[in-house]
Structures are given as structure tokens and as C-alpha cells.
Design a protein around this ligand. Sequence first.
Ligand code: TYD
Ligand code: MG
Length: 454
Amino acid sequence: MAKAKIKHVCQECGHEELKWCGRCPGCGSWNSMVEELTRENRGRSDRFTEEVPVPITEVSDGSEQRMFTGISELDRVLGGGIVPGSLILVGGDPGIGKSTLALQVAASVAETYGQSLYITGEESASQTKMRASRLGRLTKDLFVVTETSVSHIRDLAERFQPRFIVIDSIQTVFTEDIPSSPGSVAQVRECTGHLMQMAKTRNIPVMIVGHVTKDGFLAGPRVLEHMVDAVLYFEGERHHAFRVLRAVKNRFGSTNEIGVFEMGDHGLLEVVNPSQVFLAERPTGVSGSVVAAGLEGTRPVLVEIQALVSPSSFGNPRRMASGIDYNRLNLILAVLEKRVGIHFGTQDAYVNAAGGVRLDEPAVDLGMAVALASSLRDIPVDSHTMVFGEVGLTGEVRGISQALKRINEGIKLGFQTFIIPMANLNQCRDFTEAEIIGVKEVREAFDRALGVNV
Ligand code: TYD
Ligand code: MG
């Protein structure tokens, strides 16, 4: 019989102690000791396995059994539906809409495939019912239970055999084997292990909700990321209606995909054409606004980049980036300063990707640079012009991937002029309905976009 034992292991050096201590006696780092559960296996393990190796060509890949949630934005992020027996973690800040999404998925699965089970440890069953009726998803195959003990959850899965399980949230689930409180690293890890086993042995897909912030341990440990099959982060400004679901890990699909949703009175609505929405409120004839094209997974997403450059009243000019990498902003400012000779030293610079979206791609560099110059010189960019390209440290404009896709999306939305890297120009000879301008340097892009020598 396996005997459970608690120990404390340093996450930096692996040193083990029986009691918790603030500072690791092994390497001296602070707050690195984390409770872990070990099982000493006293008996000899079976020497013979019953597993039979199979030729890889004959292994079933499960793709034929994927379940479609009916929410196409989510299905795409998952790589084409839910794989049976997979464990999906949906992380995000509290209040972003994880429970709403999970409930919508559970209801959809119940409607198409039969019984699904929503296990909640955060809200009561009646609160969940209220939410479901608000979403208009009261369906008799959606079952709700308030349960937080992981062994009871396994028991429920066994007796009930649902097609899909939601656990809301992993921070409330606990196992009796560990004395620490629910939500601690050891509890979360151990419980996820149990849920993983449950999902695999019963072949039931399980969606785990976790209050996990993108950059760290804040509200819950990221330790379970490596255990689960897919990690989806739900992002967006809390006071903004748009939510972006991003796959950061996916064993069954690409990790670049995003799904865009809008939080409304009746829950999350899919946004089928994000570009249109992100550009909806764009002002025209105003300086500092440029439309750039980012690529999210397989989809081009057009976003308005806004820049505001104004004289600084203090010695240290302020820089702020929202939706765009802060360091990237600093880098572009340095390139403009040194290579183009535009001085921002006495100017505050604020950059914002409108609509609450986040752009990580270098292809938005050139758009950001043009927006900054446009704001500084107070010259608006024509509202039917789109700009994209990567900016290098010598002020050169570098080619990017999938230029055609981005231009096609722009043409669909009525853009007529495209300022793109010279390296991509050759691929774009066939467009007759739009003017495509290739540029080699940032300075050239300014000339073409702003019509003056900046
Ligand atoms: P919730 O799913 O509870 O967030 P999480 O589980 O991530 O903590 O939803 C959070 C917010 O969404 C809440 O402030 C209310 C809002 N909301 C709507 O605007 N419309 C709706 O139909 C629902 C259900 C929630
Ligand atoms: Mg919730």
C-alpha cells in the first residue's frame, strides 16, 4: 500500500525539508519551499505490463471523435473541437468571464451530445441556474453540483458518466491527503493530477477554470500548465466588452489561434470579424492614428494603433504602452531618434492598441512608428491607408510573413493604400484595386504616409 507523505521542496535547487522554512537551507533563496506529496511505494511494482505496443499507423488519433462546442471561436482555438479525454485549463483574471464561458460550453455540449456536468465550488447551484437562465441556456442535460472534494468529484464522474465536465474553479478543489488549504500549490497540483487521471481513464474531457494571471503566481500557481493538454488564457480589459481567448499551449492544435468574444447582457458573443469591430470607432482625419495588420494564428487582425506625443513637463519623459510591448515602444523610439533624427527626448509618448487587443508581432512596428511621427508632427495619415512591417535597429523596414493575407483583409474592409516592406512587394504585384507601396527604410514610410519629409 502506498503511503502518502508531505515534504517541502525548494523550487530553485530541489533541496528537501520535512518542515516548511522561509529560506532554503540548501541554496539560500527565499520563499522557494513548496509543499509536495510523495508516495513511498513499499511493495514491488508489477513486473509484467499488459500494454501491447501498436504500430503508429494503427493508433487511433481521436480526431474523428472531436466534440464541437458550437462556439466556433473556441473550437478553432482548441484546434477543431474538444478531444475526448483531454484536460483543458482556462485561466484568467477574476471577473473576466471564465465561468460564463465554461457554462456556455457545458450547455452547448449538453444540447448536442448529452449530459454534461458543471461542478462549482465558487457559486451555489441556484446562482449557476440564474446565470444559465440569463444566458438563455437552461437545458435539462446540463447538470450542476456544488462539490470541492476531488475524491467525490471522481466518484461523481464514475457514477454519472457525463460527456463533459467543468470544474469551476481548481482553486476551490482539495484532496484530503494534503493538510494545506485549497488553492495552495500542493493542493492545486495534486488535484489536477487526480482530474487528469479521471479524464484519461474515463475518456471524458474536463475543463478546469483557474484564476491564473498571465505573469505569474499571483492568484494561483502556474504549476499545472505542464500537466494539462491545453492552456487557454482569457484576456481583455475588465471594463472593455472584448475578450480574447488565447491558446498558450495545445497538444492537439496550433497555439497561435485566438478567439474573440464580446461580453454582452446575454453572455459571451462570438466576434466573427474582429478587424471590423476593432476599427469601428476609429476617428478620421486625426493625427496619431494608424491602422496596422497583425496576424493572430491563421487570421489577420487589423487594429488601430494610436499614439499621443506631447511635450513633457518633467525632466523624465513618460512612456506608456497599452496592448503593445513596452520595450518595443522604447526600441522604436530609439530607432527614430538615432536613425531618422526625430527627437522624442523632451516628449511624453503614449501608444495604445485600440479595442483592448494585444499585439506581440513585430509586423506592427512600422505602424507604431508612423503613428508616433504623425502625432509628433500633428499630420494625420489618410484613413484608407494601412501600414505594416518590422523595423530593424538600423532603421530598415524588414519583410514579414503572410503579407497577402493582411492586404486581402484590408481590401475587404475598404483600404486603398498599403505601405509595406519592399521585401514583400514582389508577392503583391497582382493587386489592381489597391495601391501597394514598398518601402526600405522607416524614413521612406514617413514620406509616403505623411506626405512630407519628417
Ligand atoms: P464571470 O464569468 O463570473 O467571471 P470569472 O468566472 O472569470 O470570474 O463573469 C464576470 C463578469 O461578466 C461579471 O462582472 C458580470 C459579467 N457578465 C455580463 O456582463 N453578462 C453576462 O451575461 C454574464 C453572465 C456576466
Ligand atoms: Mg467564476
